[in-house]
Design a protein around this ligand. Structure first.
Ligand code: UT7
Length: 334
């Protein structure tokens, strides 16, 4: 196909969070921790937890429906659905296919994408390529997780950090000068062991023995990831800016992955951005992996914090290790 130069931007956003709230005080009753430690070291005060029996797709559909309504796009207009997640309903089929059916997106190709906490920015960038080259007109991109189902509730190093939620964006053609202006995607698989679910695939299939050893749950070397993250999250935005010769001062908003307030603050410092220009919701929701960036984007959009023409940097990092950013000029009217 001949490459055509269309601009891909956000037509609408949506988000959904389960109602059940788990506070730091609740966690004090489960593991040896304190509200003071969690707040000071992470910035998290509470997180949302999906009920037993509620799969990730349930959250994703609600976020998707809100994004479609916000965009004024009907499901049958969608050409593509990508779900970024590490907690799909099942290994097969993909959750994107479940959504395709439930939404009635009768003309959409659908697949899941695995890039952990960088997943939504990876997925949005992939979807944007189809739109910019003219192959597709409308894509639904979702970041959704039910991490609570993979938490070791006896491990205070991890159980205080994670939560459940879903965020979505409908991407489509926008006017010249708007939409995704540049992106930076990267990976360093040599750090792959730092965040993993050891028994979750063909390397070590889930068995009674692996379950007894809690190897089917999230393991993280927090310190190692922290060191990587403080460098990666700001640097990837700088890389995206350099590709379009845009000075840092032109960024109006930073929408970062919400893993730790100290990591977010260091990225803001690297980009010389005051914290009131950084979208932060970690205190309410914790780390929801691929869902963090789209929920922060959607929540801020629905609070009318962005105006047409604002430059927004999305930035994520996570397991893989991976990192991803993109620079977006907001095209929606207030
Ligand atoms: O989105 C995926 C990417 N993930 C991340 O970005 C996470 C990055 N890492 C982090 O955010 C931080 O490393 C953590 C929040 C996970 C940990 O914070 P830290 O400041 O690096 O703490 P630490 O691991 O160095 O632990 C310090 C102390 C240890 O005790 P000792 O050995 O000094 O006696 C831990 O055992 O804090 C202890 N600790 C806790 N204490 C109370 C660890 N977790 C807890 C806890 N409550 N929940």
């Amino acid at each position: 196909m001949t490459a055509k130069a269309y601009n891909a931007g956000v037509l609408g956003t949506g988000f959904y969070l389960p109602e059940k709230i788990l506070t730091n005080a609740d966690l004090e009753k489960i593991v040896d921790t304190s509200d003071e430690w969690i707040t000071e070291r992470t910035g998290i005060k509470e997180r949302r937890i999906a009920d037993d029996g509620v799969p990730m797709s349930h959250l994703a559909i609600k976020a998707a429906e809100m994004a479609l309504e916000d965009a004024g796009v009907k499901p049958e207009e969608l050409d593509l659905i990508i779900v970024a997640t590490l907690t799909s309903d099942r290994i097969i089929p993909s959750t994107a296919c479940i959504l395709q059916d439930r939404l009635g997106a009768t003309h959409a190709a659908a697949f899941d994408l695995s890039a952990a906490c960088s997943g939504f920015v990876y997925a949005a960038t992939v979807a944007a390529q189809f739109i910019t080259n003219g192959a597709y007109k409308k894509a639904l991109v979702i970041g959704a997780e039910t991490l609570s189902k993979y938490i070791n509730w006896e491990d205070r190093n991890t159980c205080v950090l994670f939560g459940d939620g879903a965020g979505a964006a409908v991407l489509g053609r926008v006017d010249d000068g708007y939409g995704i202006l540049s992106f930076d995607l990267g990976s360093d698989g040599s750090g792959g062991d730092a965040i993993q679910i050891p028994s979750s695939g063909s390397l070590a299939p889930v068995s009674k023995e692996t379950i007894d050893k809690r190897l089917n749950l999230i393991y993280m070397n927090g310190k190692e990831v922290f060191k990587f993250a403080v460098k990666a999250m700001g640097k990837t935005v700088v890389n995206s800016l350099e590709k379009i010769d845009m000075p840092q001062e032109q960024i109006d908003w930073l929408v970062p992955h919400q893993a730790n307030i100290r990591i977010i603050q260091s990225a803001a410092k690297r980009l010389s951005m005051p914290m009131d220009k950084v979208i932060v919701n970690i205190h309410k929701y914790g780390n929801m992996s691929a869902a963090c960036v789209p929920i922060a984007l959607a929540e801020a959009a629905h609070e009318k914090r962005f105006k047409k023409g604002d430059v927004i940097a999305l930035s994520g990092f996570g397991a893989g290790l991976t990192w991803a950013s993109c620079i977006l000029r907001w095209s929606k009217e207030d």
